[in-house]
Design a protein around this ligand. Sequence first.
Ligand code: 5AD
Length: 360
Amino acid sequence: MSQSENIRPELVQKLKSQSNKEVAKLCSEAENIRKKFVGDKVYLRGIIEFSNLCEKDCFYCGIRRSNRNVERFRMSEKEILDCAKWAFKNGYGSVVLQSGEIANKEFVDFLVKLVEQIKKETKTADAKKKGLGITLCVGEQKKNVYQELFDAGAHRYLLRIETSNPKLYEKIHPKECSFENRVKCLENLKEIGYQVGTGVMIGIPGQSVEDLADDILFFKKIDADMFGMGPYIIHENTPMRKYAKKWNAGKNGQLRLALNMVAATRIFLKDVNIAATTAFDALSPLGRDLALKHGANIMMPVITPKKYRGKYLLYEGKPCIDEDAIKCKDCHIRRVKRIGREIGFGKWGDSLHYFKRVGI
Ligand code: 5AD
């Protein structure tokens, strides 16, 4: 029997934790491992959702190209730079540049220039000359594009696999999307030298607990450094809405499963970074706090200007859309303090797994 065959039933059991006793056991195991391998600090990545223009048509996503009810935007270079500089001044350490997926040259050139500019302007202000850490989350691109962006100064990339079950992947994406290509993109990113993040949505219609256990085995196999997972949340203007309404396990059930997924990932993968993602807050006002208490160690405060927030709705009930960056910062500080943890201000907070993986 291979190692993964041994581990799968154990993962399934952990993911099914329901009773107070089971949950307490899972939580304390995840938290002990989190403490031992990555410590108590919570690192921030200020997320700039700089464009909702998208060429893709994913069945679950609110900014899919077929959704005509979305007013499309792309922030200007100056607007994005101002956000990045604000994050740097406020000790965020890193930003995530996230957008809908566009693969043309004009978009890539815009992004390359932007990454170079952010590095240039923040390096001069930084004693250690590392400047602001830049994570990209702009979807599937050609390997040479990933390389160009890496050379410009981005050092992390997030690309969720969404589900590691190829059949389920096919069901939630149009035919033009290829599971194999997505995996290939993750491999390309690793080869180039990025710290690579992936993840899945939890509670997709048709997804089983076994699928989620297999997702964690996939995480191990692809040997990624960072994970962003969150509950799948319905968006009314998407085709998946009708399946989801029948499938829905209810907010509490979905939250439990998503938290169990974070905990099981921490227990199994140990030294990786795991984000308490925004979607957790769509299920409960304390959603992200709970994720931090189940093994997560990263938070991604939104720093997108308020005027764009309502246009970047991947799902419904997205929190903080009426807030600005300052309010979000205060809120994060309060929340992290309340659970007895501390924010690692001014630090990149890189994935320790990455250093081990590349032998630094
Ligand atoms: N619910 C939850 N997460 C979603 N995403 C897209 N649509 C939804 C939704 N309806 C997630 C995807 C994507 C990330 C940027 O947002 O996992 O990778």
